[in-house]
Design a protein around this ligand. Structure first.
Ligand SMILES: [Zn+2]
Length: 76
């Protein structure tokens, strides 16, 4: 779970997403002006047209260990 710096709302991070991707998606939905401005600086046109599609089964556990998740409570 992340918090939007602009509207202070909680941003849910879907499983398999990075926090940055989830935040970006929220920004595109709620604060497109800001995204357009920052993206324009970098001239990342591909990002403009395709706002962070969810990684479906791809790049999961490949080089990036997902240890962000706290251990769930389970019977030992
Ligand atoms: Zn927001």
């Amino acid at each position: 779970m992340a918090t939007c710096k602009m509207c202070r709302t909680s941003i849910e991070v879907p499983e398999g997403w990075s926090v940055g991707a989830a935040v970006r998606r929220h920004y595109w939905a709620e604060h497109p002006d800001r995204m357009l401005r920052s993206q324009a600086d970098r001239a990342a046109e591909s990002e403009l047209r395709r706002p962070a599609p969810p990684p479906t089964g791809r790049a999961t556990g490949a080089g990036t260990p997902s240890r962000r998740e706290p251990p769930r409570t389970r019977p030992a």
